[in-house]
Design a protein around this ligand. Structure first.
Ligand code: HEC
Length: 490
């Protein structure tokens, strides 16, 4: 029985369920949970051999001096006192509070992501076993060499080619939420370049223990920044960011605790010579103590001479208007839909909820084919974007309906809620609600769509019987695909 379940699990989590083509693969909601992870580990577990490599890979970037985490986890002496807490924090599943902060559910949907820091079930079981057996040090000779952290390792995109700092601001301990404009800062580019990745960090003077709040608003004060880069007019005015001309480029919204964005290599974004960072929509949320903060924006550039092939897709997916959340109730569902007007490659999934948000799922409906692409937990102190690996990014034909399902927890169990006895509706404050998928997507012409699918078929060695989560037409040979899409489009 255990073996059968384990096999079912492996099949369902694969982004490409090759050859077996079992209908089970499409029924994400019925995916089996894994066998209890503890079952996976045999023998003893020691710090030097088993635990240190995991901490070096997935924890030290924050848990080291100067990192974002409250304590360093680089030596046995530093780690030992935290053994029980590390077991708890790594073992609570993909929801608020888990370490590292990455909430992807592993028993549903696509599983291949860029910069995925998460631990495998086996590693989680290994940590538990180690903590439960007295957290032994083990043989010092097994210890991997210390991982070196220098300035370049501060950036998940690699050393940026351009770093821009916004003006410093102070957010007082007990100030209400604030929205507004921040001073414009020149980027300093003298020629037009295209950007392959962008990362934003909040740098503040909160000590690593976090802020003084029991509810939402831990470490960071920049809740979000909607921003663009623009070549300012002679009178200092910024061009309309919605005009979609070359003088202004919109960028993914920065959010609290957010990880970086990678653009499709065929759809890098333009950073104009002479442009400035422009934002008239910064939202600040106090973290319970006086905090001095600024943002650092790091851009990674494409080689000179690069030109993009794909267009950015502008799809609004979500509901920011009529949200109705009852008091004292967990697990309340919200739904929103969008019909794709073009063939679309989905580069990332990024739930944007507020304090009551606990989870979001993304589903693609194409004819009678309904696939859960992903479900992720949510913690409003750590807004994460999930960037698909290049050969796992969903390729969806036009006419597909994207469906997001939000799960809101307005019960005393959600620590981010100041008072769950209140009804809660839409709003901009961190304690009211939003329900949006801010993921990046590109739209593809017929030809580009066919080419992307052909490459996928080749790379993943797909056959007619393959069932590919996120690519309902991937298993169809090119001639049949052309016919199929004419006949079957809804
Ligand atoms: C992206 C940065 C980051 C990463 C990666 C990360 N942590 Fe953390 N960790 C934090 C922060 C910040 C806190 C403080 C609580 C919070 O803000 O969620 C924390 C809190 C903790 C705590 C609780 C400390 C306490 O005061 O009770 C433990 C234990 C922990 N982390 C262990 C780990 C382990 C083990 C890993 C790797 C498997 C890890 N963390 C990865 C940033 C990180």
């Amino acid at each position: 029985m255990r073996v059968g379940r384990a096999i079912g699990w492996t099949l369902v989590v694969g982004s490409a369920v090759v050859a077996l083509g079992r209908p089970l693969a499409l029924q994400a909601q019925t995916a089996q949970p894994p066998a209890h992870p503890a079952a996976a580990v045999s023998g003893d577990a020691t710090y030097t051999r088993d635990i240190a490599p995991i901490l070096q890979r997935s924890c030290e970037n924050c848990h080291r001096p100067d990192g974002a985490g409250p304590m360093s986890l680089q030596t046995y002496e530093e780690v030992r006192p935290w053994a029980r807490s590390i077991k708890t924090k790594t073992g609570i599943g993909p929801k608020a509070g888990v370490m590292p902060p990455w909430y992807l559910e592993k028993n549903i949907g696509i599983q291949k992501f860029k910069n995925d820091p998460s631990l495998s079930d086996k590693e989680i079981a290994m940590i538990a076993k180690w903590a439960d057996s007295g957290a032994p040090r083990g043989n010092p000779a097994d210890m991997p060499p210390p991982r070196r952290w220098d300035d370049s390792s501060k950036w998940a995109i690699g050393t940026p080619d351009v770093i821009v700092k916004t003006t410093e601001i102070v957010v007082k301990a007990n100030t209400p939420d604030w929205w507004g404009e921040i001073p414009r800062v020149p980027v300093g580019l003298t020629e037009d370049r295209y950007v392959s990745a962008v990362e934003i960090k909040e740098i503040n003077d909160v000590d690593t223990g976090g802020g003084g709040r029991a509810t939402v608003g831990g470490r960071y004060v920049f809740h979000h920044m909607i921003w663009s880069t623009a070549v300012l007019h002679d009178d200092g005015a910024a061009p309309d960011p919605l005009a979609l001309d070359d003088d202004s480029t919109g960028w993914p919204v920065h959010e609290v605790g957010r990880n970086p964005d990678f653009f499709d290599p065929k759809s890098a974004r333009l950073l104009k010579a002479g442009s400035s960072i422009v934002s008239d929509s910064v939202h600040l949320h106090s973290n319970g103590r006086d905090t001095r903060a600024h943002l650092e924006i790091g851009f990674k550039l494409m080689p000179k001479g690069y030109q993009p092939e794909y267009k950015r897709a502008l799809i609004a997916l979500g509901n920011g208007v009529d949200i109705d959340i009852s008091p004292m109730e967990a697990n309340q569902e919200l739904h929103a839909y969008a019909v794709l007007q073009e063939h679309t490659k989905v580069l990332s999934f990024e739930p944007h909820l507020h304090a009551p948000g606990a989870r979001m799922c993304l589903e693609a409906i194409w004819g009678y084919n309904i696939q859960t692409l992903n479900c992720v937990g949510y913690d409003h102190n750590w807004v994460r974007g999930y960037h698909y690996d290049d050969d796992a990014a969903p390729l969806l034909p036009k006419g597909t309906i994207l469906h997001i399902i939000g799960y809101m927890d307005n019960s005393p169990a959600n620590k981010n809620i100041p008072d769950p006895r209140n009804w809660s509706g839409s709003g901009n404050r961190s304690v009211t609600n939003m329900f949006i998928d801010l993921g990046n997507r590109v739209s593809l012409t017929d030809e580009q769509f066919q080419r992307e699918m052909a490459e996928r078929r080749e790379k993943l060695k797909l056959t007619r019987n393959s069932v590919v989560r996120g690519c309902p037409l991937c298993n169809i040979t090119p001639a049949a695909a052309a016919r199929g899409s004419q006949q079957q489009q809804p």
